[in-house]
Design a protein around this ligand. Structure first.
Ligand code: PLP
Length: 366
C-alpha cells in the first residue's frame, strides 16, 4: 500500500549515535573483521560486567558469566534452548512479546500463559505466577518494561516473583531490553538479589537503548553453567556475533550517554501525544504507559476482534497497527501502537483514525 502511516514497527526511528558509527569505522579499518571468541569480545564482556554491577546491582564474572549475543533475540533463544527439554512448561507473560512463544516451541517446551491485567497496569502478579507453577515448570520469562504494553512490574512484585520461582526450582529469564526507556517508575533487575541470582538469566541489548537494531548485538548475564550451555549452542549456530558490531557495542557502553536521554525525552513527548490522542477518539481508552515506545489502547467498546480492527484501519485509513491478539489471548481487545516514529506521523495517524471513527467506518459492527 502507498502512503501508510507506520504505527506498527517496534524499532527506534533514530540514527545510531555518531560516536558509535565512528568507533565501528575505526575498528573495521583496524582489522576487527575476524572471528571473535564464541563467548564474545573479552573487552565488551568486561564492559558489560562493569555496567551490570554499576547500574543493575548484578555481580558477574566477565570470563564465565557473560555472553555476547546477536541481540536480545539470540540471548533469549539460546537460553531457552539451553534450559528447556521436551515437555517442560515455560510461563510467559500474556500479553507478551510474540517471539517468546516461538522460542519455547522451538525448544519443545509447553507455553503456559500468565495473564496480565490492564487494571493492574499490566504488571506481573506474584500470586498468579505461584498458582501456575507445576512440577513440570522449568522457566518463566519476565519482561519489565514490557513490549507490548509499556507497563512496568513494580520492583517488589518482580522480586517476589523471582523468589517464588527460585524457591520452586524455576529459572527466570529477565528480558530488560527496554530498561533505559522508563518515563515514570523504576527499572529493577531481579538478579540484583544475591539470594536468587543464580536462577536468573538477565538479557539486554543495544538495539533499543542505542538505536542499534541492525547491528545485532546484545548480551546475557547468568550463572556459569547456564552461560556454558548457551555458548555451546552459539558456537554451533553462529560461531560468534559480528566482531565489528561488538566494537560498536563497546563504544556505546563506554561512550557518552546523553544520546539515550535525548531519545527517551522524544519518546516521552510522543507518548503524551499518543495517549491524549487516543483518549480523545470516542471508543478508545488508553492508559499512559510508564515506559517503552508502545501504547496499548483498548478497543473493547467497538466489539470487533483486534485482527479485524487492525485490518479495517489499514484498509480504510492506511494506518498500520498491531492487533493485540498477536501478543497472546489476553491481548485481544487491544491494539499495539508504536510511537517510534515522528510526531508528524503520529499526528497524521491519529487524525485518520479519528476521521474513520467519526465517519462510521468502524461503527457498523459495534
Ligand atoms: N525483547 C523484547 C521484549 C523485544 O521487544 C525485542 C525486540 O523487539 C527483543 C527482545 C529483541 O531485540 P534485539 O534482538 O534486537 O535485541
Amino acid at each position: 500500500m502507498k502512503d501508510v502511516i507506520h504505527l506498527e514497527i517496534g524499532e527506534p526511528d533514530f540514527f545510531t549515535p555518531v560516536h558509535v558509527l565512528d568507533a565501528a569505522d575505526v575498528a573495521a579499518r583496524q582489522g576487527w573483521t575476524k572471528y571473535a571468541p564464541s563467548l564474545g569480545d573479552p573487552e565488551l564482556r568486561a564492559a558489560v560486567a562493569e555496567k551490570v554491577e554499576r547500574e543493575n546491582g548484578i555481580k558477574a564474572d566477565p570470563k564465565t558469566e557473560v555472553i555476547i549475543t546477536c541481540g536480545g533475540m539470540s540471548a533469549i533463544a539460546s537460553a531457552v534452548m539451553a534450559l528447556v527439554d521436551d515437555g517442560d512448561e515455560v510461563m510467559l507473560p500474556d500479553p507478551g512479546w510474540a517471539n517468546y512463544l516461538g522460542h519455547v516451541l522451538m525448544a519443545g517446551g509447553n507455553p503456559v500463559y500468565v495473564p496480565l491485567k490492564e487494571e493492574k497496569g499490566f504488571a506481573l502478579d506474584p500470586e498468579t505466577v505461584r498458582a501456575k507453577i507445576t512440577p513440570k515448570t522449568k522457566l518463566i520469562i519476565v519482561n519489565s518494561p514490557s513490549n507490548p504494553t509499556g507497563g512496568i512490574t513494580p520492583p517488589d512484585s518482580l522480586a517476589e516473583v523471582t523468589r517464588i520461582c527460585a524457591g520452586a526450582g524455576v529459572y527466570v529469564i529477565s528480558d530488560e531490553v527496554y530498561e533505559k526507556l522508563v518515563f515514570e517508575g523504576r527499572h529493577y533487575s531481579p538478579a540484583s538479589d544475591p539470594a536468587v541470582r543464580d536462577w536468573v538469566i538477565t538479557v539486554n541489548s543495544f538495539s533499543k537503548t542505542y538505536s542499534m537494531t541492525g547491528w545485532r548485538v546484545g548480551y546475557a548475564v547468568a550463572a556459569q553453567p547456564v552461560i556454558a550451555g548457551m555458548m555451546r549452542l552459539q558456537e554451533q549456530m553462529i560461531a560468534c556475533p559480528s566482531s565489528v558490531s561488538q566494537r560498536a557495542g563497546l563504544a556505546a557502553l563506554r561512550g557518552p550517554q546523553q544520546c539515550v536521554t535525548e531519545m527517551r525525552e522524544q519518546y516521552r513527548r510522543r507518548r503524551d501525544i499518543v495517549v491524549e490522542g487516543f483518549n480523545r477518539i470516542p471508543g478508545f481508552s488508553c492508559q499512559k504507559p510508564p515506559a517503552t515506545f508502545y501504547a496499548f489502547p483498548s478497543i473493547k467498546s467497538f466489539g470487533i476482534p483486534s485482527m479485524e480492527f487492525a485490518m479495517t484501519l489499514l484498509e480504510k485509513t492506511g494506518v498500520a497497527t498491531v492487533p493485540g491478539r498477536a501478543f497472546g489471548p489476553s491481548g485481544e481487545g487491544y491494539l499495539r501502537i508504536s510511537f517510534a516514529t515522528s510526531e508528524k506521523s503520529i499526528e497524521e495517524g491519529l487524525r485518520r483514525i479519528e476521521k474513520a471513527v467519526s465517519s462510521g467506518a468502524l461503527e457498523s459492527k459495534r
